[in-house]
Design a protein around this ligand. Structure first.
Ligand code: WT7
Length: 711
């Protein structure tokens, strides 16, 4: 264990310190190799795949992905760059996404499970939709959308749905008709949904009366009323609200059905029973869906994804990186309300004709063994989740996985950097030492993976996502646009030099913002139609080690700027996690007269652990791992962190508390109650320590209330 000594810490505080010194405190880890058994069955086990997707074969290499699909009409141009950076893939080609995910499997796999749905209440039966049943239900819903709602090609339909099979059915029904779907995460507030309805100018809202979460039937339909009111304020009138019912014949909501506007799907469906609708042959570059990304600042960005390029990219990466085989039982335990669910629960796995598992509820309901019971019962082979869930499951049930007889061959982590310590628990305890792990780095904007190991070909290295995925050519640039030497271990802004089929097409309704946010920074000639002039700026910090593996340091705006030094929240938090007693850590900025900002750390300790002395240990660890400059102003030990329903710690909420400012909208929190407790504790402690609230300038306020990405 090499700790930074005082000399290094001093160097850090001088101007000589590089960001890499901040980044490298996750020591280089050793490699883990895939088992011979895994390699023997892998879809990509021949290293020639790297050659096939090498730069000299770009962009034609992506034909291999497109050829996994069934095209009505083959394309004539693989990549059209004439309107850079609005790339067009597979131009001239026509296909239908619903046909590719459903119809084409009927000939061989009609009776095979397409979707297995696990309701949250454990006494409710699991529901199995065969490909035939999925086909029938998608057709019926498409017929209803067309016949009852009068949708047309290119219309947008907004969904505000939880994890029930009606959601992928509705998505595939839209895709069948050439209607663009915009699914808003079910846990979002009605108002958040309304803002997205207005932005996309949807005339239709698809929702449900209720769903189960943590053992309770939620009233979800009330949110539709809020959403519609908000959309109306922004000038958009929703004409029809289609309401599914979670429990047939019952109504889980207190919200009245508005005559002429709100309709129960089960009441209008009889007219469309058994109806078939031909899949509409869509141009490859027709939009398939919009997915809003709630970045750190400004209004959410509607990321518009294409039909042909997107579907080809998620299918290809599902095959080689998720290593999906048709006979797998594949469980991506994300929510379809996020891009992960779109790409790796619905479109990728179904295009490959595998069995995809959906779970309605909370991973720890009714206890920390639930996930492993589902895995055992269904014989899940492939498991996909996020570091936040892994941390929670480790915290609440570190020994649970061993009690269940399941065997994964492949596991995925996505969404944020995973601490090596947490990675090892995932590998040893969840994976029982038998499963490969792919740590996949990408974004809502990207459609599919950008950085990951090819599971049978590249060894795993905890804390690093791995090399760029095939066909993706990154470089790391500094603020001036100069390249950071590849493999130097120095941090900078990671960019992708080339377009790829999964890249989003634009920000819905705001092409200028698209160019500005992702391309302007490093583009040297706005008139150029050569893709080499348009590196994609991911807005993520990263470093590349000598072995070519990338370590993603998080959004460049997720940094705390102390006296001009940019400290990554992840770096601070993972240093805190090196203290044995610590289960969770969150770093936030606190406005400081002298340094601009200082760091405050919130800590939750492991269950049954004595918290005494932990705050000091955390301070010392951060100082020794990162440097004196990062020493926290305060370390707060709290019982629980405020979290979104997707499990991300809401850093802006605790940042507001640390700065005595209003916490803002907390309606999307899974546990809003903890906010008051934390506020009382922190504010009274601060006052006791002689800190006083003061008025913040507009800029200071901005740095706090918008802190930390939530998406
Ligand atoms: C941001 C994108 C797209 C999947 C879900 C999140 C961070 C994502 C990793 C990873 C380190 C990661 C990045 C990225 N991120 N995956 N494997 N290692 N960081 O989608 O909400 O659009 O967030 O999540 O900072 O920019 P998203």
């Amino acid at each position: 264990m090499s700790r930074k000594d005082d000399k290094e810490a001093d160097a850090f505080e001088s101007d000589q310190a590089s960001e890499a010194q901040i980044a490298v405190h996750w020591r280089e880890e050793g490699y883990y190799s895939p088992s011979a058994k895994f390699i023997g069955q892998a879809n990509a086990s021949d290293p020639s795949i790297n050659e096939r997707f090498s730069e000299k074969n770009f962009p034609e290499c992506f034909k291999e992905y497109a050829d996994l699909l069934t095209w009505d009409k083959y394309w004539h141009t693989t990549l059209d760059t004439s309107n850079a950076p609005f790339w067009k893939w597979f131009v001239g080609g026509r296909l239908n996404a619903s046909y590719n995910c459903v119809d084409r499997h009927l000939a061989t796999d009609r009776n095979k499970a397409a979707i297995i749905w696990v309701p949250e209440p454990e006494d409710e039966d699991t529901e199995v939709l065969t490909y035939q049943e999925l086909y029938v239900r998608v057709n019926e819903f498409a017929a209803l959308l067309k016949g009852f709602c009068g949708v047309e090609i290119g219309d947008v339909a907004t969904f505000h749905m939880p994890m029930v099979p009606d959601l992928p059915i509705a998505m595939l029904a839209c895709a069948r008709l050439g209607v663009i779907h915009s699914q808003v995460f079910g846990g979002f507030s009605g108002s958040a949904c309304g803002g997205r309805i207005a932005d996309s100018k949807s005339k239709i809202l698809v929702t449900i009366d209720g769903y189960y979460r943590n053992g309770e039937l939620q009233d979800h339909k009330v949110k539709a009323d809020e959403a519609i009111a908000r959309a109306l304020e922004e000038g958009v009138t929703v004409e029809k609200v289609l309401v599914f019912r979670r429990n047939p014949g019952e109504y889980a909501s207190k919200s009245p059905m508005v005559p002429g506007r709100d309709f129960f799907v089960d009441e209008i469906m009889p007219d469309y029973k058994g109806k078939l609708v031909d899949p509409v042959s869509m141009p490859a570059e027709a939009p398939l869906f919009i997915m809003y990304s709630s970045g750190t600042t400004g209004k959410p960005k509607g990321c518009q994804h294409s039909t042909g390029g997107y579907l080809a990219y998620v299918t290809g990466t599902s095959k080689y990186y998720q290593d999906i085989h048709p006979e797998d039982t594949y469980w991506c335990a994300a929510d379809i309300g996020w891009i992960t669910g779109h790409s790796y629960i619905v479109y990728g796995p179904l295009a490959l004709g595998t069995t995809t598992v959906m779970y309605e509820g909370v991973p720890t309901y009714p206890d920390a063994g639930r996930m492993w019971r589902i895995a055992e019962r269904l014989g899940v082979t492939t498991f996909h989740t996020a570091p936040t869930t892994i941390r929670t499951l480790r915290k609440l049930g570190p020994d649970e996985p061993a009690k269940y007889n399941y065997h994964f061959k492949h596991m995925t982590t996505v969404g944020e950097p995973i601490e090596p310590e947490v990675w090892r628990w995932y590998y040893d305890v969840v994976g029982k030492g038998e499963a490969v792990i792919v740590d996949t780095w990408w974004q809502t904007e990207n459609g599919g993976f950008l950085g990951s190991t090819l599971p049978a070909l590249n060894p795993m290295k905890p804390g690093s996502c791995g090399p760029a995925v095939i066909g993706i050519f990154p470089k790391i640039l500094d603020e001036n646009g100069d390249e950071v030497i590849a493999g130097s271990g120095r941090a900078g802004n990671i960019c992708i030099r080339n377009p790829w089929p999964g890249i989003f097409q634009t920000i819905w309704g705001d092409p200028d913002r698209f160019v500005k946010t992702y391309y302007e920074k490093y583009n040297r000639d706005p008139k150029s139609t050569d893709w080499h002039d348009w590196p994609y700026f991911a807005n993520d910090g990263a470093m590349q080690a000598a072995d070519g593996y990338y370590r993603i340091l998080g959004r460049v705006d997720d940094v705390i700027n102390v006296s001009g030094h940019r400290l990554g929240t992840k770096e601070l938090e993972s240093a805190a996690l090196m203290v044995d007693e610590v289960a969770e850590a969150a770093a936030v900025p606190v406005v400081d007269e002298v340094r601009g900002h200082a760091v405050e750390i919130y800590i939750a300790v492991k269950p049954g652990v004595n918290a005494e002395g932990v705050a000091d240990k955390v301070s010392r660890m951060i100082e020794s791992e990162i440097g004196k400059i990062a020493r926290p102003k305060n370390v707060w030990i709290v019982a629980d962190m405020p979290k979104t329903r997707s499990g991300k710690i809401m850093r802006r909420v605790i940042a507001s508390i640390s700065n005595f400012t209003d916490v803002g909208d907390i309606t999307t929190l899974a546990n809003p109650d903890v906010v008051t407790d934390i506020r009382h504790f922190v504010e009274s402690e601060k006052v006791a320590r002689g800190e006083q609230p003061r008025d913040l300038s507009a800029a200071e306020m901005e740095s706090i209330v918008n802190f930390g990405s939530e998406g």
